[in-house]
Design a protein around this ligand. Structure first.
Ligand code: UGA
Length: 435
């Protein structure tokens, strides 16, 4: 099939490559010409494991091309995927203006037979408004379905090529048929298709992210309690996770969730529910957000307690991306902690295997080499659980620092090995006896 993918951020770039890998002929469109040009050269503007190689492969097969506007070629696509961002507005709601701009650009090129597929995360009700808008622009009833995306950064390509479900919301069942053809290989390989109405499809995405955020904040709330009573949130998580109804995934306590999705999606969901007059139903999500913020603050308190005062103290933060295998700094709890420490007067060195290039903070000293970053540290904070930090040699690490104290913000270190090497280990949600 011929496919256009509109918007080439994390979602769109990955989706374009995935569609090309499925054998389709793909035209990626982004109104930033530099982005389209870079992608044509095989350059991905962010780090995503395996994506760069897959892009080079599909470029060399002539399966994908990128451009900054629609043309005759993209106008003849069977399917147009809307993959533009819906960032957070200052009032917390989702900003859907890029979607409307994308619809306006597409309208003059849209044929009556082409299918428009919404993939962006939107406030419930947006698809209907977009459809109305598009209809007013083109003068016929456009074919639109809503097909939310559930990919995770770090495993984005794999998630796109092996989705755990394909959710399709439609007004007319026949509109979903071209999409089923486009995804035929995925469906044959076993991905279940969930067909539903459009508002439910829109809700599935934000509900899933709200649930995931709630799970993380739930275990972090337990960590707050555990800290007071001398209990262990990691052991607690394991123990409750054996219950299959609870499950052990997404129950890792630590400095909390970040990224371009979970924080903005729960705030957008709250804002939309308030607009719809059902704000009370989602008021618990404000607490989910609040618990998440408090975990970051807890690290600052622990650092303060440990060092007496933060002013002038050398602190090294291991990891600044919002999660491992990503260079995304959006709403990163790790980066926020580093910034707070610097604001409180600490001399903060940060290191990260992939994300340092995105750092624009003059108050943070970037150091690409992990062991060098530890030199003279009076306190080390493990903030993002990259493999190389999990595998750090505590003996070698100790030889670099001025004071061997580490806060394990992700509960991933082998505490006894670190203690045996002479470290004081402090963790979130756990009371660790040192020395
Ligand atoms: C999230 C969802 O997991 C995807 O399903 C969704 O498609 C995506 O948002 C999106 O809306 O586009 P992502 O933002 O890539 O994916 O990251 P997650 O893997 O969900 O992690 C989010 C944050 O939660 C990270 O900061 C991570 O460190 C934290 N986390 C995760 C925990 O603190 N504890 C856990 O147990 C799990």
């Amino acid at each position: 099939m011929k496919i256009s993918v509109i918007g080439l951020g994390y979602l769109g770039a990955t989706h374009a490559v995935a569609m090309a890998k499925l054998g389709h002929s793909v035209i990626g469109i982004d109104n930033d010409p530099a982005k389209a040009e870079a992608l044509n050269k095989g350059e991905i503007p962010f780090f995503e494991p395996g994506l760069s190689q897959a892009l080079s492969e599909v470029i060399s097969q002539g399966k994908v091309q990128f451009q900054s506007s629609h043309d005759e070629n993209s106008a003849s696509a069977d399917i147009h995927f809307l993959c533009v961002g819906t960032p957070q507005s200052p009032d917390g709601s989702a900003n859907t203006s890029y979607l409307y701009a994308a619809i306006e650009d597409l309208a003059p090129h849209l044929s009556q037979t082409a299918l428009v597929v919404g993939k962006s995360t939107v406030p419930v009700g947006t698809a209907q408004e977009l459809k109305n808008k598009l209809q007013s622009l083109v003068g016929f009833e456009p074919r639109i379905v809503w097909n939310p995306e559930f990919l995770r950064e770090g495993t984005a390509l794999e998630d796109s090529l092996k989705p755990d479900r394909i959710v399709i919301g439609y007004w007319h069942k026949e509109d979903s048929l071209p999409l089923l053809v486009a995804y035929e290989k995925l469906i044959k390989a076993g991905s279940p298709v969930v067909e539903l109405d459009v508002p439910t499809a829109e809700l599935v995405k934000v509900a899933a992210n709200a649930f995931l955020a709630t799970k993380v904040s739930f275990i972090n709330a337990m960590a707050e309690v555990a800290e007071v009573v001398g209990a262990d949130a990691v052991a607690l998580s394991k123990a409750i996770g054996y219950d299959e109804r609870i499950g052990n995934k997404f129950l890792r306590s630590g400095i909390g969730f970040g990224g371009g999705c979970l924080p903005k999606d729960i705030r957008g969901f709250i804002a939309r529910a308030e607009e719809l007059g059902v704000g009370q139903a989602l008021s618990f999500l404000k607490e989910v957000d609040g618990i998440n913020e408090r975990r970051r603050q807890r690290v600052i308190e622990l650092a303060n307690k440990e060092l007496g005062s933060l002013s002038g103290k050398n602190i090294t933060v291991l990891g600044i991306s919002f999660k491992p295998n990503s260079d995304d700094l959006r709403e990163s709890p790790a980066l926020e902690i580093a910034r707070s420490l610097a604001r409180a007067g600490a001399k903060v060195t940060v290191t990260d295997p992939k994300a340092l290039h995105g750092l624009s903070d003059e108050n943070l000293k970037p150091e690409p080499d992990t062991y060098t970053s530890l030199e003279n540290a009076e306190l080390v904070i493990l903030a993002t659980e990259w493999d190389e930090y999990k595998k750090l040699d505590p003996v070698q690490a100790k030889s670099k620092v001025a004071n061997a104290t580490i806060i394990d913000g992700r509960n991933v270190l082998d505490v006894s090995a670190w203690q045996a090497a002479g470290w004081k280990v402090i963790a979130l949600g756990r009371t660790i006896r040192n020395g």
